[in-house]
Every structure is written in structure tokens, then in C-alpha cells.
Design a protein around this ligand. Structure first.
Ligand SMILES: *[C@@H]1O[C@H](CO)[C@@H](O)[C@H](O)[C@H]1NC(C)=O
Ligand SMILES: *[C@@H]1O[C@H](CO)[C@@H](O)[C@H](O)[C@H]1NC(C)=O
Ligand SMILES: *[C@@H]1O[C@H](CO)[C@@H](O)[C@H](O)[C@H]1NC(C)=O
Length: 146
């Protein structure tokens, strides 16, 4: 080997990447969105795999408590963005995702699966449900795909 120090460096990189991320890392936390107003309600969100992997399906489990205005026109979305731009938006009609909608004034919980195409080095995730009056929202702090 011409450059043994490089060989060592690459070996370390490979070993580091071979250790599954899930073992030592805590799961990603979602926080309430800091949007003003009583029309913004919180969501609880978990995802698998955590962290997301580019090009692989990620399933979000989205739960909360519905207000009565939730209708068949409501939408659900996962947004991926950086400090400066949007890098992915995955939207659907809520009733395409949760077949038992319209949701009533009660707790709800449903899975929503997306396939993030190519994650940037640093990004945020927001989960969003938009109804006629209310938004339900949760977002992460900045995450890293490194
Ligand atoms: C989120 O989960 C916590 C803990 O289980 C629960 O106390 C809280 O009410 C939930 N929030 C919503 C919006 O469902
Ligand atoms: C994005 O903004 C946050 C908050 O201001 C900052 O902590 C972080 O370093 C920024 N990330 C990048 C990639 O600029
Ligand atoms: C769908 O919505 C209903 C009504 O809010 C709820 O009971 C159910 O848990 C939700 N999830 C799925 C997967 O249908």
C-alpha cells in the first residue's frame, strides 16, 4: 500500500459506518411547531427506520387528537427541508392514508410511508395535517444524515 495512513483512515470509516446507528442513538424527537394561534395543534410522531435512509421507505406513525372539523378534504404531509430550502414534500389526502376518515373528535393514529430521495447533510423533518380550520404539526430539530 502506497499510503498506509490513508488505508487506516478508510478502514476506520468503514468500521464506523458498519456499526448500526440505532444501537447507541436515541430516537428522533418531534417537537410542537412554533406557529402562533389556537388553530395549531400538536402531533406525536415516530419513524422507522430512525434515522431515515435515502432511497428507502420510512414509515411515520402519526397520532394526535382530532378536532371535529377534520374532513375528507384534509391532507397529510411530511416535509424535509434545510435552513435554506425545501428538499422534499410528500403529501396525500388524509383519507387515502387513513381509510376510516373523516376523523371525529377523538384520538387518531395512523402510519404514513414515504421514500425520501436524497437526504442532504443536515435537515429537518416536519409532519403536518391540514384541515379546514386546524393544522396539526410537529417537527424535529436539525438532523444529520452523516
Ligand atoms: C403524545 O404522547 C404523550 C405521551 O404518550 C401524550 O401524553 C400526549 O397527550 C400525546 N399528544 C398528542 C397530541 O396526542
Ligand atoms: C441551521 O440553523 C440552525 C439554527 O440557527 C443552526 O444551529 C445550524 O447550524 C444551521 N445549519 C446549517 C447547516 O447552516
Ligand atoms: C384512522 O382514523 C380513525 C378515526 O380517527 C382512528 O380510529 C384510527 O385509529 C385511524 N388509523 C387507521 C390506521 O385507520
Amino acid at each position: 500500500m502506497k499510503h498506509p495512513i490513508f488505508a487506516l483512515f478508510f478502514a476506520l470509516v468503514i468500521i464506523n459506518n458498519a456499526i448500526p446507528h440505532g444501537l447507541s442513538k436515541r430516537s428522533t424527537e418531534f417537537y410542537p411547531c412554533s406557529l402562533d394561534g389556537p388553530q395549531t395543534l400538536p402531533l406525536n410522531v415516530t419513524m422507522s427506520p430512525d434515522p431515515m435512509v435515502s432511497g428507502q421507505d420510512t414509515t411515520f406513525i402519526i397520532s394526535g387528537t382530532a378536532k371535529t372539523d377534520t374532513t375528507i378534504k384534509a391532507s397529510v404531509a411530511i416535509y424535509i427541508y434545510t435552513n435554506t430550502s425545501s428538499v422534499g414534500s410528500y403529501e396525500d389526502r388524509l383519507c387515502n392514508v387513513n381509510k376510516s376518515c373523516p376523523m371525529k373528535d377523538a384520538a387518531f393514529k395512523f402510519p404514513y410511508t414515504i421514500k425520501p430521495e436524497s437526504l442532504p447533510a443536515d435537515y429537518y423533518i416536519a409532519a403536518w395535517i391540514q384541515t379546514k380550520i386546524y393544522q396539526y404539526c410537529a417537527k424535529t430539530h436539525q438532523l444529520s444524515s452523516k
